[in-house]
Design a protein around this ligand. Structure first.
Ligand SMILES: C[S@@+](CC[C@H](N)C(=O)[O-])C[C@H]1O[C@@H](n2cnc3c(N)ncnc32)[C@H](O)[C@@H]1O
Length: 381
């Protein structure tokens, strides 16, 4: 074909393609503006039905019903406030401290002569009150004591399990890598065992909320820079700064927040405009977990958690991170068995029948906490 003929042919072909793209776009634009808008919460439900039904099988309808019903809260008591009266009022309303279940279970385990060598020494200073199973009474908002500190913090009681499993020991340095808005940070401080706590969150607005939480619950003298530091850094780029070695690291990652995604349309991660962000979550989670492992001293422990039922965001992230940590960073970490730990709290929470790695709190109408996934890692070297 002569050169000028070839050029004309190509120009025409290019024009044809442009017309085709324009036609396609025109049609697409019209379709986009007229199609019914599906709420992000409905998209979330469709997605969960498609993915979780297979995985959870017969228990999925019950978990689904739990997630679509009102969530239950726990009242994390603030040891820094005078709260004796508040505790007796809660008790008179029928509430109990779920963390005390451990005492009863420990006694019965000893009677059954069970080994307690792998047992986490659950911190006695954390107290979290809940209404009994099946009781959906709501807590009143906490009131300030005479010094202005609030007596309790309302949160999903299952998230306290992450902090109990983290098992902070006296004099330890703790890193909370994704800390905002601060529920678990506050629970970590309740252990009264922390020497130094570094609470970080990428989001400036979240760290501002965290600072406000600390001001409302923790006395000023315990918030000095040598005791608590709050930063807004990208956790993926965490480097061990100022030679602080962390004995305990909490990596409570951003996730699809399953329960929230079914209830709220605003800012919902299932919005079509956020599809890419949602698909990238497992990568972000894995990077944060790897950064958390780097920050943990050899012999130290890390707790990974999400509030999602997704295997891709839970077990798969842990598996991949362990493999990459070994291959790329020469870090050896081992998953810790939490089965005897969760047995202590089986009167309060519904746990999934053993996931491959870690433990999972399942929402249930009678005990409507979670979902919370937790997996504990020991950094061996
Ligand atoms: C599940 S929330 C943490 C909840 C918190 N631990 C609590 O108990 O209140 C996840 C947090 O991760 C933060 N985040 C997202 N990307 C991050 C990153 N690259 N580095 C650090 N934090 C990040 C989000 O801003 C969000 O506050």
């Amino acid at each position: 074909m002569a050169a000028h003929v070839k050029k004309a042919f190509l120009i025409n072909k290019f024009k044809d393609s442009i017309c085709f793209i324009q036609r396609r776009n025109r049609v697409k634009t019209k379709w986009a503006s007229t199609r019914a808008k599906i709420l992000a919460s409905s998209l979330a439900l469709q997605h969960f039905d498609a993915t979780y039904k297979n995985y959870f099988g017969k228990v999925w309808p019950s978990v689904r019903l739990g997630m679509l019903s009102e969530q239950k809260y726990g009242a994390l008591m603030n040891n820094f406030a005078s709260n004796a009266n508040v505790i007796s009022t809660l008790r008179s309303q029928g509430c109990r401290d779920f963390t005390r279940e451990r005492d009863e279970h420990e006694v019965s385990d000893e009677q059954n002569d069970c080994s307690s060598t792998d047992r986490i020494r659950v911190n006695p200073n954390i107290q979290c009150f809940v209404f009994p199973r099946g009781d959906i009474t709501r807590f009143k908002p906490a009131r300030p004591d005479s010094t202005g500190l609030l007596s309790y913090y309302l949160l999903d009681a299952a998230s306290v399990l992450s902090v109990l499993a983290l098992d902070v020991q006296p004099g330890q340095n703790v890193l909370d890598l994704c800390a905002g808005p601060g529920g678990k940070t506050l629970a970590i401080l309740q252990t009264q065992a922390v020497r130094f706590l570094w609470a970080n969150d990428l989001s400036g607005s979240r760290t501002t909320r965290l600072q406000r939480t600390l001001q409302s619950y923790v006395p000023k003298e315990l918030r000095s820079d040598d005791k608590i530091r709050v930063t807004s850094l990208d956790g993926r780029k965490w480097r061990n700064m100022e030679d602080v070695e962390f004995d305990r690291v909490l990596v409570d990652v951003p996730c699809t927040t399953d329960r929230h995604s079914l209830m709220e349309d605003e800012n919902n991660i299932f919005k079509r405009s956020r599809t890419k962000e949602r698909q990238m979550l497992p990568l972000l989670q894995m990077e944060l977990l790897l950064a958390g492992l780097r920050a943990t001293r050899p012999g130290g422990e890390l707790l990974y958690s999400t509030c999602s039922l997704s295997q891709l965001q839970n077990e798969c992230v842990v598996e991949q991170a362990l493999r990459l940590a070994q291959q790329e960073m020469d870090i050896t970490a081992r998953v810790q068995d939490l089965s005897s730990f969760i047995r202590l709290f089986s009167d309060t929470f519904h746990f999934a029948p053993r996931p491959a790695l870690g433990e999972l709190v399942l929402p249930h109408l009678c005990a409507n906490f979670g979902p919370i996934y937790l997996c504990k890692l020991l950094r061996v070297s």
